[in-house]
Design a binder for this molecule. Structure first.
Ligand SMILES: Cc1cc2nc3c(=O)[nH]c(=O)nc-3n(C[C@H](O)[C@H](O)[C@H](O)COP(=O)(O)OP(=O)(O)OC[C@H]3O[C@@H](n4cnc5c(N)ncnc54)[C@H](O)[C@@H]3O)c2cc1C
Length: 401
């Protein structure tokens, strides 16, 4: 890529900041335009699996991320009503096998870790993109604060309701999935140790819902995130306040550990899950979409942000390798779309499995090795973005188109 080419990154969330780190590391100049007046993330927590940690290391954020990550030993799955053990997803072994840890983070810490790698003079806060237009060898961007800039190339990391996406493809608004989440944060000192035993990361599954609790911030806080099938309309947005009693009613007859955990919740937010169908509309010409702008997905494989970190690193490698950034974008889409589509299908199938209505059938499927609340994640975690950035990764047939 020719030096001095100016790239505008729209959106300074996890994807945009990761891209800014990656481009800086690759020696490519970029400016970030973020709508919010300050960098930060509400929303409680995020998990990063080994291959995403490899991408974070490769963009130069490894040490900062390690300093704020909590090592997850694995997820212990129980029946929501009986507390019976169903399966253990061993993340310690996975970390050893794949050569990178599995972390849980408070989102704000992860944003700080990524912001620490970016020249803050290149981050323009309070810049909400309202529209953009391709004009020959330039893209013109207009912002709500009246600013107008020209960039040679645009990386759109402006999230699920991407304005860039809308400008390119018109209205393909994300649709409500029929699922909502409750989220809460607890002080770990208030949570009796046996509640999240034996691994500090427990998932309770029940008919049409699941409930997860795990430590973050080096064990100082417990993150709660749930998911349930519901027709009730729920707004999208981390900060919609919910009623803790209503949350408790959503998980009837909980086993004692879960009942104790829920009883500690005094503040809760709720969030409607939105996605759009799998799409190859990831950008064209001088404009490339990454993160949720390109591929919003259900959270059931814990991969939305992880895939954005892969995007950031792999895009920077293609931009380094190609003299024409538009060619780099084409190559990026060629290698990324099949893999991310596979991950999106995995997320959907995990959601279905976790929410099975018949607990006996679910238990039998797990016991016989024919089903898992985690699906087959080996191919996701085993991918090495550094060694395989220019390859079209293989996707198991069950998750391929
Ligand atoms: C309940 C839940 C749990 C999850 N858990 C995990 C997990 O464990 N692991 C994981 O990998 N993923 C997880 N995810 C997914 C993950 O949160 C998202 O995939 C990730 O945050 C996407 O990052 P992004 O930067 O693409 O989008 P966003 O985080 O939405 O960031 C977009 C940024 O762009 C800015 N912006 C928006 N519009 C404009 C505009 N017009 N102009 C300028 N700036 C703009 C926004 O202010 C924001 O800063 C979870 C999601 C949910 C809902």
């Amino acid at each position: 890529m020719p030096s001095g080419t100016r790239i505008a990154i729209v959106g300074g969330g996890l994807a945009g900041l990761a891209a800014a780190n990656a481009l800086k590391r690759a020696g490519i100049e970029a400016q970030v335009f973020e709508a919010a007046p300050a960098l930060g993330e509400i929303g409680a927590a995020v998990n990063a699996s080994p291959q995403a940690v490899k991408a974070l290391r490769a963009i130069g954020a490894g040490d900062r991320v390690a300093a704020v990550g909590h090592l997850s030993r694995g997820i212990y799955t129980r029946n929501m009503q009986t507390g019976e053990f169903l399966e253990f997803n061993d993340r310690h072994k996975a970390a050893e096998r794949f050569g990178a840890p599995y972390y849980t983070f408070h989102r704000a810490d992860l944003v700080d870790a990524l912001a620490g790698g970016v020249d803050l003079g290149a981050v323009h806060l309070g810049h909400r993109l309202t529209g953009l237009e391709e004009r020959g060898d330039r893209v013109e961007l207009a912002f709500a604060n009246g600013a107008q800039i020209e960039a040679e190339y645009v990386i759109a990391a402006d999230g699920i309701r991407s304005v860039v996406r809308q400008a390119l493809y018109g209205d393909d608004n994300p649709a409500y999935t029929g699922q909502m989440v409750w989220r809460a944060l607890l002080d770990a000192a208030d949570v009796p140790e046996d509640v999240l035993e034996p691994m500090g990361h427990t998932q309770w599954v029940g008919p049409g819902c699941h409930f997860i609790g795990y430590y973050i911030r080096r064990g100082r806080q417990v993150n709660i995130v749930t998911q349930e099938d519901t027709d009730k309309w729920v707004e999208e947005g981390w900060s919609t306040r919910g009623d803790p009693d209503e949350m408790r009613l959503s998980f009837p007859n909980p086993e004692p550990r879960l009942a104790k955990l829920m009883s500690l919740v005094t503040e809760v937010s709720k969030w409607g899950l939105f996605t759009r169908p799998l799409t190859r509309n990831w950008g064209r010409g001088r404009i490339q979409l990454i993160g949720d702008a390109a591929h919003a997905m259900l959270p059931n494989a814990g991969q939305g942000a992880c895939q954005a970190f892969e995007d950031a690193y792999i895009l920077s490698r293609w931009l380094q390798a190609c003299s024409d950034p538009a060619e780099a974008f084409d190559n990026f889409r060629r290698v990324r779309i099949p893999r991310v589509h596979g991950v999106q299908r995995l997320s959907l199938s995990n959601a279905r499995f976790k929410h099975m209505r018949d607990a006996a059938v679910q238990k039998d499927l797990i016991a016989s090795g024919k089903g898992s609340a985690h699906g087959n994640s080996e191919w996701v975690w085993g991918f090495d973005p550094v060694a395989e950035w220019n390859k079209e990764p293989s996707v198991p047939a069950v998750y391929a188109a």
